[in-house]
Design a protein around this ligand. Structure first.
Ligand SMILES: [Zn+2]
Ligand SMILES: [Zn+2]
Length: 383
């Protein structure tokens, strides 16, 4: 036996964890993890992150708690029905472990998470039930090189995937034609979201949520400790046959997710400032004058009726506009969205707050200069 002994402090809630040779509680206390989704999988992931003492968690979910969640979500109680999942889950995490600081965002990951927030994270854990949101998280993580761990469950089967941008295959590299079609299905012509399609109604047992959620957090622990992990591949668990296998993805040269934002300039301005403010702040920058802002999210400026020529102002991003509201009140015909992807410095929106054009808090702007160069400018948090 070695002479050196580990002293066990029985007052330390982490004393058993610290007996694991490579365990570094200080590292975990300093860690920042974004959890996307607080359904069955998100509950298991959050429970584990709380138990091991991850210091800083940000959680986003747009849903409220329903009866059907109670059979699969350890953090929810019957009294919580009707309350936002993000807020209730955050409260339960604080109750489980007061050492954890958790921020809840009751909102949509497609529209309310700025790239600066993703960049500030050590990793992102996806607990999602649809491909569209996974693809969005994948692209955000690639842009700012933040590792992410995806999880998916159905009935008693599940899959976990680790991605380490900018290296190796990404989530989109593993997408099939069928996956793209399933995403498109939710956007009928004229490109607005259909409300009538079932979402998040995948049948799942709480047992597979425990297995996959456990696997996701275990991979997270390895990443946070610098222990090598398999990445760019799927870890698949077939619950009926008790088969566990790994399936590698090929890095696809034509994949659209591999764009990275660098170098990133940090700005004291926030999304309540305007593009004109941003351009003025960069006037002395040697990269040249700013010409325009490339929007990450298509902005629906208005809905226009081709039949009776009426037009409604909208000014919301495409994921925030549903098919239901695109029916003309005057003639009942479907209206066409008038969309904007670029804001010009000398255009009509240049003096408005960036938030009005759908730029979320703490986002990173993609700016084009008059010389044709691209600048990446990170806005400061506003709230
Ligand atoms: Zn890819
Ligand atoms: Zn009309």
């Amino acid at each position: 036996m070695n002479e050196s002994r580990v002293t066990i402090d029985e007052d330390d809630r982490y004393s058993r964890l610290k007996l694991i040779g490579w365990w570094d509680q200080d590292r975990l206390r300093e860690s920042r993890v974004l959890v996307v989704g607080a359904g069955a999988l998100g509950n298991e992931v959050l429970k584990n992150l709380a138990l091991v003492g991850i210091g800083h968690i940000t959680l986003i979910d747009f849903d409220v708690i329903e009866n059907s969640n109670l059979s699969r979500s350890v953090l929810y109680r019957a009294d919580d029905r009707g309350k936002p999942k993000a807020d209730v889950a955050a409260h339960a995490v604080r109750d489980l472990n007061p050492d954890v600081s958790i921020t809840s965002i009751n909102g949509n990951v497609l529209t309310q998470i700025g790239l600066g927030l993703v960049r500030s994270m050590d990793l992102v854990i996806g607990c999602l039930d649809n491909r569209e949101a996974r693809l969005w998280v994948n692209r955000m993580c690639w842009k700012v090189c933040t590792p992410w761990i995806d999880g998916g469950i159905q009935e008693i089967n599940g899959v976990a995937k680790v991605f380490l941008p900018p290296d190796g295959a990404c989530y989109e590299c593993g997408m099939t034609e069928m996956d793209y079609q399933l995403i498109q299905l939710r956007y009928s012509c004229p490109l607005l979201k259909r409300e009538d399609l079932l979402q998040g109604k995948v049948p799942t047992a709480p047992t597979i949520a425990s297995i996959i959620g456990g696997l996701q957090v275990q991979e997270a622990l390895k990443l946070l400790h610098g222990i090598p992990t398999d990445h760019g591949s799927a870890m698949v668990f077939n619950g009926a046959a008790n088969q566990f296998y790994k399936s590698g993805y090929q890095h696809r040269e034509d994949c659209l997710s591999h764009e990275t934002y660098e170098p990133i300039i940090e700005s004291a301005l926030n999304h309540q400032h305007s593009l004109a403010d941003v351009a003025a702040s960069l006037a002395s920058h040697d990269a040249g004058a700013i010409e325009s802002l490339q929007l990450d999210r298509d902005l629906v400026v208005s809905l226009d009726c081709g039949r009776c020529q009426t037009s409604h102002d909208v000014m919301r991003t495409r994921p925030e506009v549903s098919m239901n509201e695109s029916v003309c009140q005057t003639c009942q015909e479907p209206m066409a969205p008038n969309m904007l992807h670029v804001i010009d410095v000398d255009g009509p929106l240049a003096d408005q707050p960036l938030a009005n054009a759908g730029v979320p808090d703490n986002d990173i702007l993609q700016l084009t200069t008059t010389a044709g160069d691209t600048l990446f400018l990170q806005l400061s948090p506003h709230r």
